[in-house]
Ligand binder design. Structure first.
Ligand SMILES: [Zn+2]
Length: 479
């Protein structure tokens, strides 16, 4: 683990951590508002008052403006922005992705970031967009890796943190290999790059695959920055995959377009009759007041940032109490494409299960995806440890019958369990009175696994809902 990062609490693949930088410690997950040195919609000192702990700015923009460059070189980037907390700087890779060419050499911009006192410096990598040909993704990745090795050799430890971006377009295996390489070379912070096009087009399923592949290659020790992720709707999902840092240009960009951020999506100010928020901006204003206010853009930006920072706190609280899965399910049900993200998350259930600590809070079953949450996966993978012999009854919870060697109770999505465990996690989960198909399928699969592990025992089933379980039960019942 880079010694600048310490993990305090874990839930799913997510965590609460402490990232040490030259300008102080940042608790993660954290949101870094993007400050454009030319267009400061909200002054950085004000960002701090609103609860910002760390921000990010673009060293390339500073470098290209003679006046800003001179001031930053003389007094440092903290003075330039009027912010005393940690500041991360980007290298110009984004400009490279938009304009195709930039006027600075990789080591030159890295040295510039260090010289102006940045806390987290990013080498100039090649941001490869989604869906490019494999040869292009591979050749750009090898150039990125060459620059990362060069940057690492150039860097002295003990000062600002050095970031090692992970590229590889939408090829999960390239992301995995790129992340492994970043880990080998050794960086303090690992940004996952070039995912903005996926987020802009709501390809959350692909985003989850990119992030999960990168994290699998990188391992859990390094802090991960999901570059360009600024919509509060997706913080919980990204945090559940193990992302620790987010950056928001969205709060300002959306404000300029009259868009109002919420944790369940983006609204247009003109479509609102009420402002569903109680921040300083919204509390005593109607949408109409806001629309005609001469400060409208700044006010909207403040609201957008307020909900984003509040959501980061919600994510932290959920990790701390062990209820991040529930938060992810709620957020992902706010848009069908977010639901794609949740479903793709369940396809990585085995990986998440290995990282997830034993649950501290009671599980809530909120929909079919809950049948793949780590507690359920873990219970299923260990059910064959239950040793049974003679006559076994599998019955509804609460049923007591004489004449059996073992009585197990049955509860979707877990399936059969020794009744002594009924009040212990995860079997004390809150589940709907009528189980859904995914829950039943998981429960029956676990029952079958238990029966296969105990070939010497005979099983009787007495389940009130059995008529609803259909052919999957018949297969089990054949025994
Ligand atoms: Zn508000």
């Amino acid at each position: 683990m880079p010694d600048c990062f310490e993990i305090l609490n874990k839930d799913l693949a997510g965590r609460i951590g402490r990232l040490r930088t030259p300008h102080g410690v940042v608790e993660t997950p954290a949101l870094m508002p993007v400050v454009n040195p030319h267009l400061r919609l909200i002054e950085p000192a004000d960002l701090k008052r609103m609860g910002t702990e760390i921000l990010i700015t673009n060293s390339y923009i500073i470098n290209q403006d003679p006046e800003l460059k001179e001031l930053a070189a003389k007094k440092g980037v903290h003075h330039l922005l009027g912010f005393e907390g940690p500041i991360m700087t980007d290298s110009g890779a984004f400009q490279l992705s938009v304009y195709g060419d930039i006027e600075v050499l990789p080591l030159e911009i890295l040295e510039f970031q260090r010289s102006i006192g940045s806390d987290i410096c990013v080498p100039l990598d090649i941001p490869t967009p989604p869906d490019v040909s494999r040869p292009r993704a591979e050749s750009e990745l090898s150039e990125t890796e060459r620059r990362l090795s060069e940057a690492r050799e150039f860097w002295d430890d003990g000062g600002p943190l050095l970031a090692g971006p992970i590229q590889g377009s939408t090829y999960p295996d390239l992301r995995f290999e790129a992340a492994k390489r970043v880990k080998e070379i050794g960086f303090d912070v690992c940004p996952i790059g070039a995912v903005v096009p996926l987020m802009e087009t709501y390809r959350f399923g692909d985003l989850v695959d990119v992030v999960a592949s990168s994290k699998k290659g990188l391992g859990p020790a390094s802090p991960v920055h999901l570059f360009g992720a600024g919509h509060p709707m997706m913080f919980a999902l990204a945090a559940a995959l193990g992302c620790d840092l987010f950056d928001s240009a969205a709060y300002a960009l959306y404000a300029r377009q009259g868009r109002y951020l919420t944790t369940s999506g983006t609204l247009h100010l003109e479509d609102l009759k009420y402002l569903p928020c109680c921040c300083d901006v919204c509390r005593n204003r109607s949408p109409e007041d806001l629309a005609k206010d001469p400060e409208k853009i700044e006010l909207l930006a403040r609201h957008n940032l307020f909900v984003s920072l509040a959501e980061i706190r919600q994510v932290r609280q959920s990790i701390w109490e062990g209820s991040l899965w529930e938060l992810v399910e709620r957020r992902c049900r706010s848009h069908p494409r977010m639901l794609d993200g949740l479903r793709t998350l369940t396809s990585h259930a085995d990986w998440i299960e290995k990282l997830d600590p034993a649950s501290r809070s009671t599980c809530f079953y909120l929909g079919p995806e809950s049948a793949k949450r780590p507690e359920v996966v873990r219970y299923g993978s260990r059910i064959d440890r239950i040793e049974l012999s003679g006559r076994v009854l599998v019955a509804d919870p609460g049923v007591e019958v004489e004449g059996f060697d073992h009585v197990l109770w049955f509860k979707p999505p877990f399936g059969p369990y020794p009744k002594e465990l009924a009040e212990t996690a995860p079997l004390n989960a809150e589940v709907p009175a009528a189980a859904d198909e995914a829950g039943v399928a998981q429960a029956l699969a676990n029952l079958k696994r238990l029966m296969d592990a105990n070939p010497g025992a005979t099983f009787d089933l007495r389940l009130k809902e059995a008529h609803r379980y259909g052919s999957a039960l018949e297969e089990v019942d054949g025994r």
